[in-house]
Design a protein around this ligand. Structure first.
Ligand code: ZN
Length: 283
């Protein structure tokens, strides 16, 4: 099942993308895709409800895709999780996962404009596989970890490199501007994904392929990441975890290439759809 949310920002309505491409409105189910929904077997309940529905209304084709879940309690990202990306960043592959937070206000829809923040000179792209937690997770064993996943989705972990790396302190400063976390277009439940560690992920800027790799190349896989994080904190239903980017970011080009207003960024992950953002300057 592919969960979507459609409509104006902050007014999205939950829906399901059917195999035939129809985007059906499931407001009649009475729940949004939030912590309570995921924490109460929402996807299974929705699946059962859907099976009994006839003639659900469809969203108009022109209606905006929002992020496929409501704003989560946290967005946690893994840094330097592909050996080639660590190399292009000029640092060794870390012995255990590097993790950082991204402000939840960075959250936005998959095709919303990228707003280059005021004063930014080094806004960069990062195609990533992300996933959403389905059950409260504390001290989870790696062998049980994937049972805690509600689904998988595409994420562009936009990053302001100067603010991330040259302004002192934590990476969070360079990861958290508004529109720096486009998510979706859909959340795919785990049954849609044969092997999450064998998905192609790619990203183009102005039509030129910049990133093209596979989740097979991750240093730390999804199950390990969940187990690892839950040694430090509780993960709540609806939390978003992003698993790191492969090589080919702007910082890694020689010389580095960063985004400017008018640039078009397109990206995708197998089975998780595509995103398209057009960059513009902040107001
Ligand atoms: Zn990242």
């Amino acid at each position: 099942m592919k969960l979507i949310r459609v409509g104006l920002s902050e007014k999205e309505v939950p829906g399901v993308l059917l195999e035939n491409g129809d985007r059906v409105n499931v407001a009649g189910f009475g729940e949004d895709f939030n912590e309570r929904f995921f924490g109460s077997n929402g996807p299974e309940r929705l699946r059962a409800w859907l099976a009994g529905q006839r003639d659900l209304p469809c969203f108009a084709p022109t209606e905006r895709m929002g992020p496929p879940i409501t704003r989560p309690s946290k967005i946690i990202c893994v840094g330097l999780n592909y050996a080639d990306h660590a190399r292009e960043s000029g640092v060794p592959l870390p012995p255990e996962p590097v993790i950082f937070f991204k402000a939840t206000t960075a959250f936005c829809g998959p095709n919303d404009p990228l707003v280059i923040p005021r004063g930014s000179k080094k806004t960069d792209w990062e195609v990533e596989l992300a996933f959403v937690i389905g059950h409260v997770a504390r001290y989870v064993n790696e062998s049980d970890a994937l049972k805690h996943v509600a689904g998988y989705l595409l994420h562009n972990d936009y990053s302001e490199r100067e603010w991330q790396l040259e302004r002192g302190g934590q990476w969070v400063k360079g990861k958290s501007a508004d529109t720096f976390a486009p998510l979706g277009p859909w959340l795919a439940t785990p049954d849609e994904i044969a092997n999450v560690q064998d998905l192609r992920l790619w990203l183009k800027v102005n039509g030129k392929m910049r990133q093209d790799s596979s989740t097979a190349n991750m240093a730390f896989g999804v199950a390990h990441i969940i187990s690892y994080l839950t040694q430090f904190m509780t993960l709540l239903p609806g939390d978003v975890i992003s698993t790191g980017t492969p090589p080919g970011v702007g910082l890694g080009q020689k010389p580095p290439v960063y985004l400017n207003p008018g640039d078009v960024i397109e990206l995708g992950v197998t089975s998780l759809g595509q995103q398209r953002q057009v960059a513009r300057a902040a107001d």
